[in-house]
Design a protein around this ligand. Structure first.
Ligand code: NAD
Length: 478
């Protein structure tokens, strides 16, 4: 028996959860359930996190969480429970299989069968945003080596134990050479440990276009958080419907399983919603807790039901579908097919013996770190970079010299273009004279002189070399 936490959520959540639990219990799932309340009611009771402390205790004790969709109330102040859960519990891997159900569910891609493995904790989703000037707001994109190693290894291990042939990496490292560059570099390092699995890297824009056009060209695709968020919905939609996909959120200790769609409030209480997305989430959960035999039985019965044309309204199509059914009738149809294999689709078999080899991250030996300079970000409402350079040069000292000014990343001094549009947010780069670097004391001196000269510094960013290699971007046009 495995004790799991269940949240029935909002909108259609309770109906699809009841249907899902009924099916997996009928299939012999060995689970005991602790139910918790999350979502709208909790939010509206004044808890902006949407979950009570006692519920966290239950989730952390049981470690396995099956969650129906919830409604995040409109208006400010409410935190997304999904994002909070993923980050609090360290659920670093979001896994979303997207396979077409042709010819029973319409799709332009009958042979599509891909799995998106999305990094789930970092990137722009660190949620660190600041307004720095009247005109400019920044969001920090954080990519860490442990984050990259964990997700990329997860993707290769997933491929290995599921007999997948290829892992593709999508990044935008032609532009973000440091952050996405690290993701790509770690991908290449880890790919080398899996000689039997093909690997490739695509720049995200053309990769996404290719995936939307020819998804059969891909197998497992691993990517950083934001790209994965967008493309996993695209993948689910082009496979047939976002209403049919489930996903898992996997951490070192805990895991959460869900449908990918929302709470569809307009359909709530009508017994019409399709429980398939949540059922797919529950199947991923059964595999995760070592009940692959039950997962297999449920998946094959579900495939058989889809094949028989027994469809809820969202996928019902005259000529293809045979019977339009309610949520509960769909669940009963799946239950009556338990033990039967699909006849058109290939019956699934899950690997019951192989387990993933996911060693804990080990911190590397620290590199030699040299301070080469500093970027001072200045709030200045003027428009002439030459004029700003004259003011900023006044704060230089014997060691730290102004070497460049950029505006939104593009070099505007020295030798800028008059045509470049400038905001009130300027990056002034100081470097050590004669390449010898600078000290922290030099930075403090620069800041102190800036205060005296009424220069409004909104942020500083140190420029380092790690093991002798400069580890910061150049100005565009530099
Ligand atoms: P949604 O996914 O709830 O609905 C989009 C469309 O798909 C609607 O037309 C809906 O009727 C249909 N649909 C969705 N699931 C269906 C199902 N199982 N069966 C049949 N039809 C289905 O997206 P939305 O309308 O943008 O969001 C509604 C609420 O859900 C919002 O409060 C949002 O914040 C929340 N939401 C929650 C989650 C989650 O908890 N994981 C995810 C996304 C959205």
């Amino acid at each position: 028996m495995t004790r799991i936490t269940v949240a029935k959520g909002d909108g259609i959540g309770p109906e699809i959860m009841d249907a899902t639990l009924k099916i997996i219990k009928a299939a012999g799932a060995k689970i005991e359930i602790d139910e918790i309340e999350v979502g709208e009611k909790v939010y509206l009771s004044g808890n902006t996190a949407g979950i009570a402390k006692e519920s966290w205790d239950i989730i952390r004790k049981n470690k396995i969480f099956l969650k129906a969709p919830i409604t995040t109330p409109q208006g400010g102040g409410y935190k997304s429970l999904n994002v909070t859960t993923r980050k609090f519990l360290g659920l670093y891997a979001n896994v979303r299989p997207c396979k077409s159900l042709h010819p029973f569910v319409s799709t332009k891609h009958p042979n599509m069968d891909i799995v998106i493995v999305r990094e789930n904790e970092e990137d722009l989703y660190a949620g660190i945003e600041h307004q720095q000037t009247d005109e400019v707001i920044q969001c920090l994109k954080l990519i860490s080596r442990p984050g990259c190693e964990k997700i990329v290894r997860y993707a290769f291990e997933y491929a290995r134990i599921n007999g997948r042939k290829k892992v593709t990496c999508f990044t935008k490292d032609n532009i973000m050479k440091q952050t996405d560059g690290l993701f790509h570099k770690v991908f290449d390092e880890i790919a080398a440990e899996y000689p039997n699995i093909e690997n490739e890297h695509w720049i995200i824009d053309i990769g996404a276009a290719k995936m939307a056009d020819t998804p059969e060209a891909f197998d497992v695709i691993v990517m950083p958080n934001l790209y994965g968020d967008v493309l996993s919905d695209v993948a689910a939609q082009i496979a047939g419907s976002v209403g049919l996909a489930g996903s898992s959120n996997i951490g070192e200790e805990c895991a959460m399983f869900e449908a990918i769609h929302g709470s569809a409030p307009r359909r709530a209480g009508q017994n019409v919603a399709n429980p398939s997305g949540l059922l797919q989430g529950a199947i991923l959960m059964l595999i995760h807790i070592g009940q692959s035999d039950v997962a297999e039985k449920v998946q094959n019965a579900w495939l058989r039901t889809i094949e028989e044309g027994i469809h809820t309204y969202d996928i019902y199509k005259d000529g293809v579908s045979k019977r339009k059914v309610s949520t509960s009738d769909f669940a009963d149809a799946v239950i009556s097919n338990l033990g039967k294999a699909p006849q058109t689709f290939t019956p699934v078999t899950y690997n019951k013996s192989a387990t993933m080899n996911l060693p804990k991250y080990k911190r590397k030996q620290p590199a030699t770190k040299d301070l080469l300079g500093v970027d001072l970000f200045v709030h200045w409402p003027g428009t002439s970079a030459d004029e700003l350079a004259l003011r900023i040069k006044e704060i230089q000292n014997a060691n730290a010299e102004l070497s460049m000014i950029t505006n939104r990343g593009i070099k505007v001094w020295p030798e800028g273009f008059n045509e470049t549009f400038c905001t009130d947010h300027w990056r002034c780069r100081f470097k050590g004279k004669a390449e010898k670097g600078i000290s922290q004391k030099d930075i403090i001196e620069l800041l102190s002189k800036a205060t005296q000269a009424n220069v409004d510094i909104v942020k500083t960013e140190n420029l380092y070399a790690f093991d002798g290699k400069p580890a910061f971007s150049l100005g565009q046009g530099q």
